[in-house]
Design a protein around this ligand. Structure first.
Ligand SMILES: [Zn+2]
Ligand SMILES: [Zn+2]
Length: 425
């Protein structure tokens, strides 16, 4: 079917477009972009007053399948992605069993083909069973369709293993995605180590534990020529390290989450387990440094680290609750409200952080609406006011610290390969 998106403001930083434009879609691809296109029998969708962007990609999501389907499945997680404006998600391998072999990569891709609402890009483990001892079968997984490697949920504690992972991943031109946590410094910490952790009597997770791993792995990326991607960067020092490493040509990229953009460790003052995540919410100065790194081009992607947990699991004493917050259905509104309406970045930069940026890190031929591209489209209403209602999430879980927040701006329509998979205009 031929589809014609009309009357929108088209924002595609990869193509250098920002202005009124019509987009013609045929056979799952963009076939034409112009100021106005005559319908010629195409099905018209009038998007007057809205913004059309290349489809957003969330490069850091936990789908919980296989193994913890009561928290999320590939079906519910990709439904949540579509509802949140994402046309693709990369899923982390800390499932049960973990994604550490060709057969589990193939299982995830098969489930995604059968039940997925948006495409899923599996990330394979760095180490077998995420034990940090020997490398997983990275080559086999890459051939089966893995888009990167990570022991996310856990750090790669051994520098020797990380070195070999960076060397090996290069052969497939894929990144190693780094959960930066120096384990002997974190030792059971549950919130940022500082005045608030002391006041609350909770074990601290110090920022320096992240900074040490970021510097170690930047040095290893330089030594090996491999590509390291810093997941959920949370400290100002880490942002500075990435900025100067990039300036000296080292292959390092990084992502920041919406919760680290919008919150600080003050959010844990009420012992709300929905504000417990890893890495923890940091100080206001860290948050400001992350915003500066987003504005100056240091940050490559915004990713949610969508980490669903059942309410019963979160509803325990703070130190015993699992880490993680859901993010797929609040991310775009948080970013529009705080980053664009907050005057931190222009809309085009936010679109880049959510589309071309993550596509580049994962080596996906996505992130633009130039003719010939896959017809993955996210439509935004910049002024829609949304109140976060966790009871209405498509995700199976509702562990969000943004419950009840009112935000300006929302994703209102999601198109994958020329098919409308979500429409809330
Ligand atoms: Zn992580
Ligand atoms: Zn994660």
């Amino acid at each position: 079917m031929t589809l014609l998106l009309r009357n929108a403001r088209l924002v595609d930083p990869e193509a250098g477009w920002d202005g009124p434009g019509d987009v013609l879609i045929d056979g799952g691809r963009v076939t034409r972009v112009a100021k106005t296109i005559a319908p010629d029998g195409a099905k018209e969708i009038d998007l007057g007053g809205l913004v059309v962007c290349p489809g957003f990609i969330d490069m850091h999501v936990h789908l919980r399948e296989p193994g913890q389907e009561w928290k999320e499945t590939i079906a519910t997680g990709t439904r949540a992605a579509a509802a949140g404006g994402f046309t693709g998600v990369a899923c982390m391998p800390n499932t049960e069993p973990p994604i550490d072999s060709r057969s589990v990569v193939e299982f995830v891709l098969a489930q995604a083909r059968l039940h997925g609402v948006v495409p899923v890009y599996p990330i394979g483990c760095v180490s077998k069973a995420q034990k940090g001892e020997e490398l997983a079968e990275m080559g086999d997984m890459a051939l089966a369709g893995a888009r990167g490697f990570s022991d996310d949920g856990k750090p790669v504690a051994s520098a020797g293993l990380m070195r070999r992972a960076l060397e090996y991943a290069q052969i497939f031109d894929l990144p190693v995605i780094d959960h930066c946590e120096e384990p002997t410094l974190v030792k059971g910490g549950v919130v940022h180590e500082g005045e608030i952790s002391t006041r609350l009597g909770l074990a601290g997770w110090p920022g320096v534990a992240e900074d040490i791993m970021v510097s170690r792995d930047i040095l290893l990326a330089e030594a090996t020529g491999g590509a390291v991607h810093i997941a959920h960067m949370s400290t100002g020092r880490a942002a500075g390290l990435v900025r100067s490493a990039k300036a000296s040509g080292i292959r390092v990229t990084c992502e920041v989450t919406p919760h680290h953009i919008a919150l600080t460790d003050e959010a844990v003052l009420g012992y709300d387990a929905d504000a417990k995540m890893n890495p923890p919410l940091r100080r206001p100065t860290d948050r400001e440094a992350l915003l500066a790194a987003i504005a100056d081009g240091t940050v490559d992607a915004i990713a949610t680290d969508h980490a669903p947990h059942h309410a019963d699991e979160k509803c325990v004493e703070f130190s015993r609750a699992p880490f993680g917050v859901v993010g797929l259905e609040t991310a775009v509104s948080i970013c529009l409200d705080r980053l664009v309406h907050g005057g931190i970045v222009p809309l085009a930069r936010l679109v880049e952080l959510l589309s071309a940026g993550p596509a580049r890190v994962l080596r996906l031929a996505k992130g633009s609406l130039k003719p010939g591209s896959d017809a993955d489209v996210t439509v935004l209403d910049l002024d829609r006011e949304v109140k976060v209602d966790a009871g209405r999430f498509a995700s199976k879980s509702s562990n969000t610290p943004f419950r009840g927040w009112t935000l300006r701006g929302a994703a209102v329509m999601t198109i994958v390969g020329g098919h409308v998979v979500h429409d809330a205009r």
